[in-house]
Ligand binder design. Structure first.
Ligand code: F6R
Length: 606
């Protein structure tokens, strides 16, 4: 989704802003723009298209400016176009603004401003921001006050950067429900919606909180609340390495991230299994507290929700507490039954997904104890929840999530084991076995990755298919869902996932010659049943691809063997060939694997 970069300091701003924007390209966008401040004027350059194109436009406008704001836009209100791209100016051209988020009451504000003779050029919600600031500036003649009054009027979410030609020595930023950070260094201050955008310049960051307004000078920051009272904020040292967000010799980020899974699982496990009983930073639940919990919700979106589905069984079996997994966008509007005896776990790689944050706020309001699992330190979801835990997958740049998913399934299994130990689950042998198997996962993933070549002929065989089915039963069904999502998002092939037993209740009508059906068969108790379902599609001419940890007959077109592990952990292994298959199919079709059309890495709008 939209990205923000800003710089003020002693260096030239444009190269820093362009570099930052290109680091944010992975988030998905359709237009880009920059405003710099030079010789008393604000100069805006923007257009539809990629950051490269913006760079070409800027090559014709050399500037030594050392203050600037920049943006990549992912269209919400109004199509991708030069006019709708950010930065947006007010009518007097005194203010220039970039914005992430959505101003939900923008049409009311627009009407009010139009009644006051303001004119609008774009279809965006953002254009009301510089104009409302300008409106308040006319009466207050005070930039900070004008911005604070405007922010009080906005409903919805915003992270904004504002420059004003009357105050050429500063950038003002403000945020609510949309992330914004400020990195500090001797050469100046760096603003960004995401840390990776400016991580090559500094590791010291302020992670802004909702309703913060900050005056950013080259070597000073003034933090205010919305009533313009001075407040203090602390910096955090970010441990990510700038090189961890480069491709390191891989053709694409997605492939690099698939190969990083052994490491990200090792780091997510960390020292958690080292002691006799699991200990987790930030949580100290008691038996009394957990025995009182009568319902666990696991709430997330997309791939993160699949991680929840893949671990429902572990929580239910080890903790004997009913678990409901739901999509955040549905959960938050269905008046779910929640009370003080509810434990609600929210999973979000980015920690900024609007629906997941909305669902978390609702669960908290209704009295649940909330736990957030995120991959991003200090992300909004971790600040909102009662308790947070981190996956340590490192920055995930490719839009299609891979290493975050396997890290989430790993961490959720550890969390279930942690609960089970507190609740004194009787099968201690099983707990021991799961801990042992968790530690074996990285090597087993390495083994699967070594056989990546097995997947390439399958990709070449089926890349031109128009539809694909994914089947699985039990623990394999959420993996079928995840495999199907991976394939559709990066190859644009229509695919659907089914619980294998459901096929004959309708979808089998679609099967005909060469229809690819990809099945996951890992649960010994269920495999004969899944195989019977696969035979039903074989009889109707389907092309069958099976991911399994068992010795199956050769009656199928392709069999991909994976190592065995405990049933609860198989979703971490069985998904790997499906990630690779989606990747190689996308490559076969010549598509942009890392930046699939219409998608954004961090979905900060509902
Ligand atoms: C798919 C994918 C998405 C995300 C979803 C939630 O590959 O990445 O389905 O899983 O948008 O994102 P987070 O985890 O950041 O909340």
């Amino acid at each position: 989704m939209c990205g923000i970069v800003g710089y003020i300091g002693t260096k030239k701003a444009v190269p820093i802003l362009l570099e930052g924007l290109s680091k944010l390209e992975y988030r998905g966008y359709d237009s880009a723009g920059i405003a710099v401040f030079e010789d008393g004027n604000i100069s805006i350059t923007k257009d539809e298209g990629r950051v490269n194109h913006l760079q070409d436009l800027l090559n014709n406008k050399p500037t030594n400016a050392n203050i600037g704001i920049a943006h990549t836009r992912w269209a919400t209100h109004g199509k991708p176009s030069e006019i709708n791209a950010h930065p947006h100016a007010d009518n007097s051209k005194k203010f220039s603004v970039v914005h992430n988020g959505i101003i939900e009451n923008y049409s009311d504000i627009k009407k009010f401003l139009m009644d006051n003779e303001y004119k609008f050029l774009s279809d965006t919600d953002t254009e009301v921001i510089p104009n409302l600031i300008s409106y308040y500036y006319d009466s207050t003649n005070n930039l900070l006050e004008a911005i604070s009054l405007a922010c009080k009027d906005f409903k919805g979410s915003y992270a904004i950067e504002v420059i004003c030609s009357d105050c050429p020595d500063r950038i003002i930023v403000a945020k609510k429900d949309s992330p914004l950070v400020i990195g500090t260094s001797k050469e100046g201050n760096y603003i960004a919606s995401d840390i990776p955008a400016v991580l090559s310049h500094t590791k010291d960051f302020y992670l802004l909180e909702d309703n913060d307004i900050v005056e950013v000078f080259p070597s000073k920051l003034n933090f205010y609340n919305q009533n313009l009272e001075l407040i203090s904020r602390k910096t955090e040292k970010i441990s990510w390495d700038a090189s961890s967000i480069e491709k390191n010799g891989f053709e694409d980020f997605m492939l690099k991230e698939i190969y990083e899974q052994p490491k990200s699982i090792r780091e997510t496990i960390g020292f958690k299994l080292n002691k006799e009983k699991i200990e987790l930073d930030n949580i100290s639940f008691t038996k009394e507290f957990l025995s009182n919990i009568n319902k666990i919700f696991i709430i997330a979106c997309g791939t993160a929700m699949h991680a929840g589905l893949a671990t429902k069984l572990t929580f239910e079996n080890l903790c004997k507490i009913p678990v409901e997994v739901d999509m955040a966008s549905e959960f938050r509007y269905r008046n779910p039954l929640i009370d003080k005896k509810t434990l609600a776990i929210f999973i979000s790689q980015s920690g900024e997904t609007a629906d997941t944050i909305g669902a978390l706020k609702l669960a908290k309001e209704k009295g649940a104890t909330t736990i957030a699992l995120s991959n991003v330190i200090g992300s909004s979801i971790t600040r909102e929840a009662d308790i947070y835990l981190y996956t340590h997958a490192g920055p995930e740049i490719a839009v299609a999530s891979t290493k975050a998913y396997t890290a989430q399934v790993t961490l959720l299994n550890i969390l279930a084991l942690y609960f089970a130990e507190i609740l004194e689950y009787s099968d201690t042998k099983l707990i021991k076995e799961l801990k042992y198997e968790l530690l074996q996962l990285p090597n087993k993933i390495d083994d699967i990755l070594k056989n990546y070549k097995e997947v390439i002929p399958i990709a070449k065989d089926i890349y031109s298919a128009s539809d694909v089915f994914f089947l699985g039963r039990g623990i394999d069904y959420p993996v079928a869902m995840e495999g199907s999502l991976k394939l559709k998002e990066i190859s644009y092939i229509h695919s659907e996932s089914y619980a294998a037993g459901e096929l004959k209740h309708g979808p089998i009508a679609l099967i005909d010659n060469n229809f690819p059906v990809i099945s996951i068969v890992t649960d010994e108790m269920l495999s004969s049943k899944t195989i019977s379902n696969i035979q039903e599609v074989v009889s109707r001419g389907a092309k069958t691809i099976i991911v399994t940890n068992q010795d199956l007959s050769k009656n199928f077109d392709y069999i991909i063997k994976i190592p065995k592990t405990h049933k609860y952990l198989t979703p971490i292994l069985s998904v790997i060939p499906l990630q690779l298959l989606a990747y190689y199919i996308s490559k076969e079709k010549g598509l942009d694997v890392d930046k699939p059309r219409n998608l954004a890495k961090s979905v900060t709008v509902e």
